[in-house]
Design a protein around this ligand. Sequence first.
Ligand SMILES: Cc1cc2nc3c(=O)[nH]c(=O)nc-3n(C[C@H](O)[C@H](O)[C@H](O)COP(=O)(O)O)c2cc1C
Length: 173
Amino acid sequence: MRFFDLIEARHSVRDFKEQEVEEEKLQRILRAANTAPTAGNLQAFKIVVVRSAEKKKLLAEAALGQMFISIAPVVLVFVADIKRSAGRYSDRGRSLYAVQDATIACAYAQLAAQEEGLGCVWVGAFDEKAVAKAVRAGEGMKPIAILPLGYAAETPFPTKRRKMEDCFVREEF
Ligand SMILES: Cc1cc2nc3c(=O)[nH]c(=O)nc-3n(C[C@H](O)[C@H](O)[C@H](O)COP(=O)(O)O)c2cc1C
């Protein structure tokens, strides 16, 4: 799809068919995430690919009971590699760049999923420690986003956006 059509067509999907996600599609999504720009090209993130029912349930519970996570065929967990970024950029790497690296990678994955005809939703409301435990993310690894994805079992409705003039200022506040 053309880029501007793709971003207009994307809406969050929170109900999924049982139909599996083809491995080739998943690989293209992961490759897209891997093309994201990162601070110093350090790629200070890891993506955990979760397919097991047991682990998906743990993630759904960690995400304050958002059980749609457990019905998605694939769940990606984006984790910031704080140590990796802090190693070069100290505080800025620790507090900002690693988080941004993982965030941008997730945004790329979300758009790639749309291109592949899959639905997904960014899940940010979760207990960070519980998610880290579920995916065995060690010290210095900070879960940033959970992205359940699969074939949509619902027609998502378009959400409204603030008016352009409310979001943008020219030159200064
Ligand atoms: C940082 C962030 C956190 C979010 N957390 C959740 C969440 O925990 N659960 C959920 O259902 N949706 C979550 N969303 C999805 C938003 O609700 C959704 O993107 C927004 O309402 C706009 O709708 P759209 O994605 O259909 O354009 C989150 C999105 C972002 C970017």
